[in-house]
Ligand binder design. Structure first.
Ligand code: NG1
Ligand code: ZN
Length: 530
């Protein structure tokens, strides 16, 4: 039957070829592209089983996001367009590691343990980024889907969030939008044009300099622009025409180096943003009038979104509770600002979108962002209904109704399935235009504490174990005491160490009163880990 067939194709076309064990990490499997073929094939198989299990369309994305061109990766998408649940990651890990002749047995094991009705249809949508290795890997996924007699919707080049959007639409009978790339642009562009049609701005300039990391964001933003009817002007930089993917550019580079990317000649007054390689992260930056580089990262975007949505909720006369979700990497000043000034509850969860997304579902309106620029806003089903009703309630006064209408339209502009650089960019631009703000105005809400992030190469990163949303270590013994001791010597000092889920390193983060002190603190903590 099908499962046996999967075993034959595996041996003949996608043989297991890797010595070391691999695990489904923070964002799926990620490694050198040449080692991924059999893993991606097997994820094709798993995605079919997962589709049968969920009785809906699942997704597979081929990308390694901000990693170098030589890497690639694969992640699985759930029927609502969200990440595959953590409970299925062990199946992914098991399947990726078994030998070719154990494969059929491993598949049977999953079918049995999840009580999957294997006669159900299995439908999987596939997307990929612009890496040289992506077409072949995408084919490996398709081979896996076909081997189990699944139906494959091959979308070719997409940003990661576009695929999440499409999968969500495919499972919600069009109520979220049309399940096509065109449907995606139409939905966002319609909302954006509506929200920006009669803006009268003095300070806000409708001109954005956008670094696309030489990734899939470039062709997709070009497509988007065709739908925006000139309501936003974008200068595309690092658009893939010459430079290398993610090389000295892109959101991760800008965030970690706290410097502009190559290809962007930053001058005061310019508003700039960078996407990452697969278009699910965005950060903004500008040069102050004093000539200093200033970053508007995920924390700044989160506070911009939350404050604006809060106002719209109030003016719409709705009672909806809002919460903000961050990770340990959030700048301490942002957390203080959200708590003390905005008076919005803030939660801290471990690194990884899956944890943030999950926590954000606890609120009527949940805003989540990683400091690195990955994030979005979730509206609960009841909040969505209340907002839509209010927007069409003709007994309200004009001001209230307009606010509700605006809120409903902003909701349409947000990709709720996952953090989306294109959607986030359009929301930021809408808010800045509506407030008539420059980057400097936006930035003035609070001042980031100087921070530093470093990577420490160690023998075995998994010897470091953490607790309290990764803010404290429990292993190796004595490490946390040593970190506490070092941190106590710094004004506004905070530092933590955690094993990365995507690279073979321990990451150290530190913040303190000055840049020199943040650097020194990170270095000293790094020495304890080493
Ligand atoms: P790891 O390698 O586990 O730190 C990194 C990012 C995450 C997330 C994932 C997936 C940092 C500090 N970590 O995870 O936020 O984006 O990659 O891409 O930026
Ligand atoms: Zn990414």
């Amino acid at each position: 039957e099908d499962l046996e067939q999967a075993g034959i194709v595996s041996r003949e076309k996608h043989p297991h070829s890797l010595q070391q064990e691999v695990t489904y990490g923070t964002a799926g499997f990620r490694m050198r592209a040449e080692n991924l073929d059999h893993i991606v094939y097997r994820m094709g198989l798993l995605s079919v089983l997962f589709s049968k299990f969920r009785s809906g369309v699942t997704g597979i994305m081929i990308t390694a996001s901000h990693n170098p061109e030589e890497d690639n990766g694969v992640k699985l998408i759930d029927t609502m367009g969200e990440m595959m649940p953590i409970s299925w990651e062990k199946h992914a890990t098991d399947l990726a590691n078994v030998s070719d002749h154990q494969l059929v047995e491993a598949l049977k094991e999953i079918v049995k343990s999840e009580a999957i009705d294997i006669t159900k249809p299995g439908i999987v949508s596939v997307g990929m980024d612009t890496r040289i290795s992506s077409p072949a890997l995408s084919q490996a996924a398709i081979d896996g889907i076909k081997a189990l007699n699944g139906e494959c919707h091959n979308f070719g080049l997409l940003t990661t969030p576009q695929l999440h959007y499409i999968v969500c639409c495919e499972n919600t009978q069009g109520s979220y939008g049309d399940p096509t790339e065109e449907g995606y642009y139409n939905k966002l562009a319609t909302a954006f044009v509506k929200l920006n049609k009669d803006k009268k701005c003095v300070n806000y300039v409708s001109q954005l300099f956008l670094d696309l990391a030489n990734g899939v964001g470039a062709p997709k933003v070009r497509e988007l622009l065709k739908h925006l009817n000139g309501s936003l002007n974008i200068n595309l930089c690092n658009d893939g025409s010459s430079g290398k993917l993610n090389h000295q550019c892109g959101a991760d580079f800008v965030k970690v180096c706290q410097a502009p990317p190559v290809g962007v000649n930053l001058e005061p007054g310019m508003r700039c943003a960078s996407f990452d390689g697969d278009g699910d992260r965005i950060v903004y930056y500008y040069k102050t009038s004093e000539g200093k580089f200033s970053l508007l990262d995920g924390d700044k975007i989160a506070t911009l979104f939350a404050a604006y949505l809060n106002e719209l909720v109030k003016s719409s006369q709705l009672k909806l509770d809002m919460g903000l979700v961050q990770t340990a990497y959030a700048n301490g000043s942002s957390t203080a600002y959200i708590t003390d000034v905005m008076k919005v509850p803030v939660a801290c969860v471990p690194t990884g979108v899956k944890y943030l997304h999950h926590k954000a579902q606890d609120f009527d309106i949940g805003v989540y962002f990683e400091a690195n620029g990955h994030g979005t806003v979730l509206f609960s089903e009841s909040a969505r209904k209340l907002i839509v009703n209010q927007a069409s309630n003709s007994s309200l006064d004009k001001v209230t109704k307009e606010a509700a209408d605006r809120l409903a339209t902003v909701m349409d502009l947000i990709n709720q399935t996952v953090g989306d650089a294109i959607s986030d960019m359009l929301v930021v631009e809408t808010i800045l235009a509506s407030r008539d703000w420059t980057c400097q105005d936006w930035d003035s809400a609070y001042t980031d504490l100087p921070s530093r992030q470093i990577k420490v190469k160690v023998e075995n990163r998994l010897l470091v174990e953490t607790t309290d949303a990764e803010r404290r270590t429990t292993k190796p013994p004595g490490l946390q005491e040593a970190i506490d001791e070092i941190v106590s010597n710094y004004k506004h000092g905070r530092a933590f160490a955690r094993p990365s889920g995507t690279e073979d390193v321990v990451r150290v983060y530190a913040e303190a009163d000055t840049q020199a002190n943040a650097d020194k603190l990170a270095y000293e903590v790094g020495m304890q880990v080493y």
